[in-house]
Design a protein around this ligand. Sequence first.
Ligand SMILES: [Zn+2]
Length: 209
Amino acid sequence: MSRLNPRPRTPEEVRQRCFAIWGEECLICGSYAKGLIHVAHIAPWDYVIGNPDYKMDLGRYEAYSNEFHRINNVVPLCEPHHAAYDDFKTLSKEDIVGAMKRLLAVPAIGNAVIRELEKLLEGKRRRVRLDHGRSVLGPVKLPGGDAEVQAMCRWLKFAWNAGAFEERNRVVVIGRVQLDLSTGRPTRRGGEIPTDRWWSLRYVARSAA
Ligand SMILES: [Zn+2]
């Protein structure tokens, strides 16, 4: 564990988002003992920061913290499975990613991702970097920066292709953002805000897509 750059605490916002998507239950065994489910990190802190031998300035530290807590780096695990992953290495990253992929094909999970994406965009009321898949390591204020949005969009693409959204139109509109689920690619919508609750979900007819 880095002494110079101590591991940041997991923000409550991150815990809530993680549980809102996967449920407050172990990703591997489904155990749901209230209060005993951990938010585990897939890539450990020392790996994310590369364990430098200097104390990082605050901007860099925050950028790494955001990367560490990004939605695609946190999963709910019970205590034994957390230990199996972190300490005993009997649970692999592939096991965890495999479980995530299986769950993303479940409509309830895919829809939960859409809801959390909607909340994220609503909460920030900010411009989203569009059309670029590249994530930038920079002083992002909170988890919820562009990379967080893009990670969720990639999940939605996966979920769409896994058949999670059979009942849904391909294009989802969240405020000024129009998201094509089949490509996971958000684009800017021209024109006015569609509803007074500008962030509310609306589905565009396939013919209009
Ligand atoms: Zn478990």
